[in-house]
Ligand binder design. Structure first.
Ligand SMILES: Cc1cc2nc3c(=O)[nH]c(=O)nc-3n(C[C@H](O)[C@H](O)[C@H](O)COP(=O)(O)OP(=O)(O)OC[C@H]3O[C@@H](n4cnc5c(N)ncnc54)[C@H](O)[C@@H]3O)c2cc1C
Ligand code: FES
Ligand code: FES
Length: 470
């Protein structure tokens, strides 16, 4: 039995925990305001809000219900478009109507829900922040200018909030219905989620946020035995011990983006995060899901490979550790037994003489998977490279750790000759194939350009810019 709050009502259901939240909402609760567009997390028509208690606070994040299992809703507050309604139009709906930001209306519930989520977030409201909140919502017919105007109006109103609690302000200013003020107490009264599926058919599957699994296997997941990892306390949290950073396997991309430890040690983190999927997907996507999915272009896999990260595997009884760069044996083949799950990931944080950079080239600048991505970490003393790690995605069957290129860099001086030689070695080491993301020759060329971009970014004092055109 699963218990959660759907809009203003508690629901309890014995339906399979692997059922999609979208199907539960529409077909079992007949809340058809939540739309089905792509069913792959791309369009945002199915966006809902997920509220949960974290460290004594009620926090809301957006999610695409087409990729979220109802098991991951356990103990939480799920808000659909119906749950944002008040008497008459709410402030967000009114702004859309006034600015002509809706035509066929198919995408509109998703936009409204995403912006209701923004109204609930405790950060100071800005236009840019509000636009980011709808970066997972696509509109096919209105055109974005009128939507931008509506968002500007909404962000402007939210800017008046100043220190007032988000729910109090939202209710008083017609952003949210009044029942939101009682949700915290209702959540605290809910029974503690267990998050173990009792469905005994088929083999056991570990589930993080579901943003890979439900794209590939949405038909079979409701009939699968699932171990829900997303909310397990011991698989969550980002901590620093000495100079070492530990991440629970179920840490999401948003958790990383909001982590003070990451913000302090990776000054370009917001730029990197922007290159990864969209707000609702980042809210759901876990790090272990990215590593185990083993996509050759997984962004955080490439990120952590260049940090020489270690992973801790567990079968529930015994644990063992290995370097992430030893985890990939062939296309989607992992050095892990089927019953093992990733428990945590750890790496040494970049210190004063360590430089780190991540680059990604996609067909679209944002919300796209990479054609080629790459990350580098260099320990440099007086322009001499003491330690180097280099990774690249989209250039072989697995996320690639460029061992030969990294070894070459050790002891080298930072100059154009080193970069040119490094690129030659790196291009020899990879084996890209031609596919929808580009030809093998193009990907080889891109890796060279990304390596130059690393050095241009990390050593601005050397003026390597002129190399990029070569
Ligand atoms: C619209 C969209 C855009 C995307 N954009 C990007 C992008 O820009 N960059 C990118 O890198 N990815 C992208 N992805 C892919 C996806 O979001 C990421 O790979 C994500 O990190 C997967 O995490 P998850 O928790 O959702 O994985 P899940 O779907 O829950 O799981 C994926 C795999 O990992 C396994 N697994 C999960 N956790 C564990 C664990 N702890 N131990 C062992 N196995 C585990 C599951 O069994 C499954 O095999 C996108 C996906 C979508 C739908
Ligand atoms: S239906 Fe398109 S994101 Fe869910
Ligand atoms: S209003 Fe028609 S898709 Fe956006």
């Amino acid at each position: 039995m699963i218990h959660f709050i759907l809009n203003d009502k508690q629901v309890s259901t014995a339906l399979p925990k692997g059922m999609l939240l979208l199907d539960f909402i529409r077909y079992h609760r007949h809340l058809t305001g939540t739309k089905i567009g792509c069913r792959e997390g791309d369009c945002g028509a199915c966006t809902v809000l997920v509220g949960e208690m974290k460290n004594g606070e009620l926090l809301y994040r957006s999610a695409t219900s087409c990729l979220m299992a109802i098991g991951n809703a356990e103990g939480k507050h799920i808000v659909t478009i119906e749950g944002t309604n008040i008497q008459g139009l709410n402030f967000i709906q009114q702004s859309f109507a006034e600015e002509g930001a809706t035509q066929c209306g198919f995408c509109t519930p998703g936009f409204i829900v995403s912006l209701a989520g923004y109204a609930l977030c405790k950060n100071e409201a800005t236009y840019k922040g509000a636009i980011d909140a709808v970066n997972g919502n696509i509109c096919r017919c209105t055109g974005y200018k009128s939507i931008e105007r509506a968002v500007e109006k909404i962000a402007g109103k939210l800017g008046e909030r100043k220190g007032t609690d988000a729910i109090t302000f939202g209710v008083e200013n017609n952003f949210l219905p009044a029942y939101f003020t009682g949700i915290k107490d209702k959540l605290l009264a809910l029974t503690k989620p267990i998050n173990k599926d009792s469905n005994q058919n088929g083999s056991l599957k570990y589930l993080g946020g579901g943003t890979d699994l439900y794209v590939q296997q949405h038909d079979t997941m409701p009939h699968t035995t699932i171990d829900f990892l997303f909310d397990k306390t011991h698989l969550n949290g980002i901590t620093q011990v000495g100079n070492r950073c530990y991440l629970g396997a179920a840490v999401s991309v948003t958790d990383i983006a909001e982590s003070p430890i990451f913000q302090q040690h990776f000054s370009s983190l917001p730029q990197y995060i922007k290159l990864v999927s969209s707000t609702p997907i980042r809210n759901m996507a876990t790090i272990a899901g990215n590593l185990v999915n083993a996509s050759p272009i997984g962004d955080f896999t490439i990120f952590f490979l260049a940090l020489n990260a270690q992973i801790v595997l567990s079968d529930g009884i015994n644990t063992r550790e290995m370097a992430l760069n030893q985890f990939y044996k062939g296309y989607k083949q992992l050095a892990k037994n089927p019953d093992e799950f990733i428990e945590k990931i750890y790496f040494e944080l970049p210190v004063h003489d360590t430089k780190f950079n991540f680059e990604k080239v996609c067909k679209r600048m944002h919300l796209d998977i990479a054609s080629v991505n790459s990350a580098i970490s260099l320990q440099v003393d007086n322009d001499i490279i003491a330690e180097a790690h280099l990774s690249a995605g989209g250039v072989g069957p697995v996320p690639f750790y460029l061992a030969k290129a990294a070894a070459f860099l050790k002891g080298k001086i930072v100059n154009e000759t080193t970069i040119e030689e490094l690129i030659t070695i790196a291009k020899d080491e990879i084996s890209p194939i031609s596919d929808a993301r580009g030809t093998a020759a193009y990907k080889r060329f891109l890796l060279g350009q990304l390596i130059k971009a690393h050095f241009i970014t990390l050593f601005p004092e050397h003026n390597f810019q002129q190399m990029i055109a070569v």
